[in-house]
Design a protein around this ligand. Sequence first.
Ligand SMILES: [Zn+2]
Length: 107
Amino acid sequence: MRQCVYCGDRSSLWSRMCPDCQKLMRRVDELRGKVGFGEFLDGLEQTGVAKQKIMTFLKADPDGQGSVQDQVTAEMTTELMKVMGISGQQTTENVKRIRNSVDKDSK
Ligand SMILES: [Zn+2]
């Protein structure tokens, strides 16, 4: 039996993601670039997946390319900078570094 790469739950043999995470990923694709982070989270909750699992899903980084949360935050920040007339792009790597330093400070 394979495990879901995002939440660690059981997934089917032919998929690296469980049905819940597949549902969440589809929703992420629908919402990203269109809404703010609050609405984004609301949209994910509307899938009916438990909030705990949504958070696990958002923070997972199975490919080492940044978690879904970091990717979406990077996109939203870039979008915001554009609106404010600041050029440049916020990368997933940057968001990760900022979040890590914030985590360290708060401990
Ligand atoms: Zn899963």
